[in-house]
Design a protein around this ligand. Structure first.
Ligand SMILES: [Zn+2]
Length: 254
């Protein structure tokens, strides 16, 4: 497959953005990367409501303090055959939750369409993007660019030189020959303080258990203070929940 430029990739997102089911906030993203066999792929997706949410909760209800939609960039990560080193292009600035998913998934570069910065919704959420999303990407070493497709122009919001190389241990591990009951028993014994999730599945023809704990998003240092915004509605934080960890993606369910 011929590798596409960020301009061409962004066009793939723009091409499908109006197919989003969202009545007012239509967003699309494209992920370009390699699958486990080294084969290149481009995958485009809009924001969407999962079928189970539509069927059991409905699209008008809020879940906690958020809507039930999966954001476009997270949809790309979930549906992608491989995320490590992939590039993501999004029509709108990323929210802090998607920024967390992006860095946990090992995405190498993020491009955001310049038009996404003009929308009303973004103006209301701009501070979250500037203060939290960019901080998360910077600390994880993920450059973020603003892109003008038609003018073929790119501006670094965080450039390669500005990203920090700080890398923390990812808080998950793979253990073969490990049953779910064993996992639960050992977890109870150590009395973990953080939330955790376990998935049992198949990887490379082996049964494995993956355990993910909630914790600071990849790249953030426990001993440092993180930027907060004024009048924070506490909608976002710097913790990644166990079930949001893309750790579980390589597993084939049993
Ligand atoms: Zn988001």
């Amino acid at each position: 497959m011929v590798k596409k430029s960020p301009y061409e990739l962004m066009q793939l997102a723009v091409d499908i953005v109006n197919s989003s089911e969202h009545p007012s906030n239509k967003v699309a993203a494209v992920i370009s990367g390699r699958d486990s066999g080294g084969e290149g792929f481009n995958l485009a997706h809009t924001n969407f409501w999962p079928e189970t949410i539509i069927g059991k909760i409905g699209i008008d209800k809020r879940i906690g303090d958020t809507s039930g939609t999966i954001h476009a960039e997270t949809a790309c990560i979930i549906k992608s055959p491989g995320t490590e080193g992939a590039v993501i292009c999004v029509t709108d600035p990323v929210c802090p939750n998607c920024a967390k998913n992006i860095v946990e998934a090992g995405i190498s570069e993020v491009y955001i369409d310049h038009k996404g910065f003009d929308k009303d919704f973004v103006n209301r959420r701009r501070e979250y993007f500037q203060t939290m999303s960019l901080h998360i990407c910077k600390k994880a070493g993920v450059p973020v660019y603003k892109i003008w497709r038609k003018d073929r122009r790119i501006e670094a919001l965080i450039g390669f030189g500005e990203t920090e190389e700080f890398r923390t241990e990812k808080n998950f591990y793979i253990n073969s020959n490990f049953t779910c009951l064993d996992s639960l028993a050992s977890l109870q014994m150590v009395q973990r303080k953080e939330d955790f999730a376990i998935a049992i599945g198949e990887k490379d023809n082996e049964i494995v258990a993956l355990i993910a704990e909630s914790g600071l998003v990849y790249g953030l240092d426990n001993n440092k203070r993180f930027p907060r915004i004024k009048n924070d509605e506490s909608k976002y934080n710097y913790i990644i929940e166990p079930l949001s960890k893309p750790t579980f993606l390589p597993l084939t369910p049993l």
